[in-house]
Design a binder for this molecule. Sequence first.
Ligand SMILES: [Mg+2]
Length: 308
Amino acid sequence: MTDIQTKYLGGMVGSALGDAIGELAFQYRKKDDLCIQLDKSKEFSYTDDTAMSIGLAESIIKKSCLDQHDLGETFRYNYEREPWRGYASGPPTIFSMVEQLSITYAEAARSLFGNTGSLGNGAAMRIVPVGLFFHDSPDLYEKACMSASVTHAHPVGKDGAAVQARAISCAMKLDPKEAFPYKAFMDTLIDSAITPQIEEKMLRVQKLINAQGPPSFAAEQLGRTVAVHESMPFALFSFLHHPKSFEDCLFCATLHGGDRDTLGAMACAISGAYLGIESIPQSWSQKLENRSYIEDLALRLSKVRPVD
Ligand SMILES: [Mg+2]
């Protein structure tokens, strides 16, 4: 396995495990109880976060680029096959509008919430294939926004997803055997943010990491709701608080309340892309639902050459 392949696998499998274990953490809210359940469970089932990451990877592999129409069609096809994955109301509403009104996915997404579009974390939760595939592209930010626009049209919804993609791409390019470059990493994310809401939260993450305060305080300060500016920052904090341990990052992200599955998916996408697949406990990855398909997608994605 090459260094780049271990990062693709780490990002995709990591994000799916964060999602699946985060979902269990709604029921098992103490670390000891969650760990007992992780030992007992035969399979870790993922939710809409991973179903949509899979769709993003499938569409990029099929088109060798980001094609909004194909992405919307892939999301819709996967939703219709598995509507029980815990989707929010936005995606199915958009899919119906596209069919009934003959408009594009982006147009339908713009019409939601009184024509402001969604600023939920649904575009950021699934962004790992974009962060991996476009990690060296000068268009990473733009591609992330394009992928978000199919369902999340609000500037904060797109900015949050694009900054999460940037975090994944930066983490992927770093050598985990070296000291983690906190300042350069956070400066890049602060520079990437274009909305005041995301920029302010990135500055706050930097301050909290520098102050080395407890995660419970950071969780209160940063938020843990389904709004992207109130969950992606704490996911990022969870990674930065535990950059060298996939397990500790996952427990930090999923055991402080709020939108646990998506906090896990976002934090563990960055951790997996930084540390690589070897850092993820096999006792966990072996139980991940559809693991071999997710690994196959990660490896195929790593071999696609962009046509754009
Ligand atoms: Mg979910």
